[in-house]
Ligand binder design. Structure first.
Ligand SMILES: O=C(O)CCC(=O)C(=O)O
Length: 336
């Protein structure tokens, strides 16, 4: 069983870059209350819930009570059809580049920060016997690449623990990238060694932020409420350091940036990185290659534990040959 300590609250040091930097280096995370105004978050929540209700995910005018009959998850086609509209929302995009957020990262990193154009918006349906999509234990570095980056996780609304708040293993970042194996965790991978550090979590109010390093181990708690859990997580790094090219494109399945911006009413926040002196590099795919070799071997032996990794290859791998092999193996795993 997991034991959780409360987050160490760094709100009192919001304007003290040296203390924020020291705490981030020590714990691998920062918990900040009220980084953004509550109302700004609730306005975005209302916009996204309207789109979620139109897609049948939540009861109209219910502030997010989920319709269990439509429970779905990324990257299922039914999820993507509705998600695309939520991810592309202009007010949502502007939250991660809000001047208060950028100034916080400038201060904390002690250098000009870059907000990655790519970010994640998540909609987690309530857990039930028939449905569970709780983010498993993982580190971000293998997925984000580049040099050191930092995530900012923010719920879009109040998010008590029972709604699926995030938990981090404080101090786990000191061990660097941990060994992984094929599994049902994020990106079809599980961490293959005991997790170092101390698990911490807490109840979030709209506007609170959790910031953590890309090798800090983290996971979500299950959503045990009747509501959809809405959140976003964006990534930041020093502008002078290399950024993996996969962080410069829109979320997979959401089209091009022009597609994303087509429905916007204003240009604020569009292509903000184009005039910055960024240093794109290819994503280091060696972690995925190791995972995939293992997943292919397991799937060929009929091991269903490889299914999530096989799905990820189908959804995201740039090599057509690998995607085709994964598609054939998925049929085999699903008893076809
Ligand atoms: O929101 C979640 O469920 C997971 C978030 C996460 O893993 C991340 O921000 O890296």
């Amino acid at each position: 069983m997991f034991q959780y300590e409360p987050f160490r609250d760094s709100t009192a040091y919001l304007n003290d870059g040296a203390t924020l930097r020291a705490r981030l280096a020590e714990d691998g995370y920062l918990f900040l209350r009220g980084l953004l105004p509550r109302q700004a978050i609730l306005d975005v929540r209302t916009r996204l819930l309207r789109k979620a209700a139109a897609g049948g995910w939540v009861e109209p005018d219910s502030d997010g009570i989920a319709n269990p009959a439509t429970a779905c998850k990324d990257p299922e086609p039914g999820y993507m059809a509705v998600f695309k509209g939520l991810w592309s929302d202009e007010a949502l995009h502007r939250l991660r580049i809000d001047p208060r957020v950028l100034a916080l990262f400038d201060r904390t990193l002690g250098a000009r920060a870059l907000a990655h154009p790519m970010f994640v918006q998540r909609n987690i349906f309530p857990q039930s016997d028939a449905f569970d999509f709780t983010t498993g234990i993982h580190q971000d570095r293998v997925h984000i690449g580049g040099a050191t980056s930092y995530a900012m996780w923010m719920p879009l609304g109040d998010c008590p623990r029972e709604m699926g708040a995030l938990a981090v293993a404080a101090g786990s970042h000191h061990q660097g990238i941990l060994p992984t194996r094929v599994g049902s965790g994020a990106g079809g991978m599980d961490i293959a060694v005991p997790i170092p550090g101390t698990w911490v979590t807490g109840d979030f109010a709209a506007g609170d932020a959790l910031i953590f390093q890309d090798v800090t181990v983290h996971k979500a708690l299950p959503n045990r409420t009747r509501s959809l859990r809405l959140s976003f997580d964006a990534r930041y790094q020093k502008l002078t350091e290399p950024v993996a090219d996969t962080n410069l494109v829109p979320y997979s399945g959401c089209g091009t940036w022009d597609d994303v911006y087509r429905g916007w009413s204003g240009q604020e926040g569009q292509y903000y990185w184009k005039d910055l002196p960024i240093r794109p590099v290819p994503l280091d795919r060696s972690h995925y290659e190791r995972r995939d070799a293992m997943a292919f071997e397991m799937a060929e032996a009929g091991d269903r534990a490889a299914r999530d990794a096989i799905l990820r290859i189908i959804q995201r791998d740039p090599a057509a040959e690998k995607r085709e092999r994964a598609e054939r193996l998925l049929v085999l795993l699903d008893g076809g």
